[in-house]
Design a protein. Structure first.
Length: 149
């Protein structure tokens, strides 16, 4: 399926805000993986759930940032994927934060901070002005037929 490209997000709200929020999300997520490695000898702080969750979150942050950059450049398919995946990631973060005793407190706090960044992305990408700017425009008219022989 070919991806259709249009101009870009509208000037307001700033498309860079979603990219910046996701860059912060990726930075925090990668820092969390490093923190898990540093604290690896403390099983109360770094559980098996931490080892599973942190690299997955970092990978999803990288994918979301990639999609946001493509969407900011006008790629509608990336924009649609960004909208859907960001909602799913936000729901997963809310679940981690709300699920008692499933994750260490430090990870739940980190996920709450990441949730704020994801919430801003979800809000930004679902604003009517942004969505309408990413809708397909009128189809280009067919070129006039060439004169016959």
């Amino acid at each position: 399926m070919a991806s259709t490209t249009i101009s870009r997000f509208p000037a307001s709200p700033n498309p860079g805000s979603a990219v910046a929020a996701l860059a912060a999300f990726l930075t925090i997520s990668l820092s969390t993986v490093v923190a898990a490695v540093v604290m690896r000898h403390n099983p109360a702080l770094v559980t098996s759930a931490v080892w599973i969750r942190t690299p997955l979150v970092a990978a999803s942050a990288a994918v979301l940032l990639f999609l946001a950059r493509r969407a900011a450049a006008g790629d509608r398919g990336s924009f649609r994927r960004l909208r859907i995946i960001s909602i799913v990631v936000l729901a997963a973060i809310a679940g981690v934060v709300a699920w008692p005793n499933a994750f260490p407190t430090w990870l739940r706090v980190e996920q709450a901070v990441c949730g704020v960044f994801m919430l801003s992305v979800v809000i930004c990408t679902n604003l009517r002005a942004v969505r309408s700017s990413m809708e397909p425009g009128p189809a280009p008219s067919a070129p006039p037929p060439s004169p016959g022989p």
